[in-house]
Design a protein around this ligand. Structure first.
Ligand SMILES: *Cc1c(COP(=O)(O)O)cnc(C)c1O
Length: 223
């Protein structure tokens, strides 16, 4: 019970901070979707968030989500599941079957696998291209210099409906320039969705135009 109360409180606090940041930026809080990042947390830990009315959840592994979510979804059919982690091409069909939104489209082989999977899917997911704004070797995401070419491949060659962009700034950097860069790229490509901002920086992301913030530890505690 103590656990449940603290989860409810931290969820409410995050929602209030989102509302305040939105109003401060002259935006409507309704234009910002809170994705509760439930990766590594058990179904028992997720259930109280569902009971509080939270419906958008983020996971970073297909297999973990496949194990956890079908029973929860049977109880809460209006859940919207977001894949925010790197996706292997051989899991593309599984990801398309399970997730409503995929934030990590980031290379030609994956885009091709997704295009194939989507052709056979009853309900195609919303797709976002991840951009490696910090140009970090170990991180997923399209390099900024390759973004134009990648967008053309997705849109023109593969007919993949890309709806937005996502980024994860380097931990040591001020995130603001990364968010501003991503917003500019979204404008350049006429994309409406901007997935940016985590527990430590979602207010900055909202100021810079985020439509989706991905918040884990501020809601569920440390992993
Ligand atoms: C884990 C994760 C988050 C949430 O991070 P917190 O710092 O716990 O809020 C957001 N986005 C991605 C891509 C993640 O992997």
């Amino acid at each position: 019970m103590a656990d449940e109360t603290s989860l409810r409180q931290s969820l409410e606090t995050v929602q209030q901070r989102i509302g305040a940041a939105a109003r401060f930026a002259g935006r409507s809080p309704d234009d910002i979707t809170l994705i509760a990042v439930s990766k590594t947390h058990s179904a028992e830990r997720i259930l109280p968030a569902l009971q509080c009315g939270q419906r958008h959840f983020g996971e970073n592994r297909v297999q973990e989500a496949q194990a956890k979510w079908p029973p929860l979804r049977a109880q809460y059919p209006d859940v919207c599941l977001h894949l925010i982690g790197q996706l292997q091409s051989n899991k593309a069909a599984d990801a398309v079957a399970l997730f409503d939104v995929i934030h990590s489209v980031d290379r030609p082989s994956l885009a091709q696998a997704l295009a194939r999977a989507i052709r056979e899917a009853p309900k195609p997911p919303i797709l976002l291209v991840q951009v490696n704004t910090g140009e970090e070797e170990q991180k997923g995401g399209v390099m900024p210099s390759e973004l134009s070419q990648f967008m053309a491949l997705c849109r023109e060659t593969l007919d993949l409906p890309i709806a937005g962009l996502m980024c994860i700034p380097p931990e040591a950097d001020d995130p603001a320039p990364h968010f501003a860069f991503l917003r500019q790229k979204a404008r350049d490509f006429g994309l409406g969705l901007l997935s940016m901002g985590m527990s430590s920086d979602f207010e900055t992301a909202i100021k810079l135009g985020a439509t989706h913030v991905r918040v884990g530890s501020a809601i569920f505690g440390e992993r």
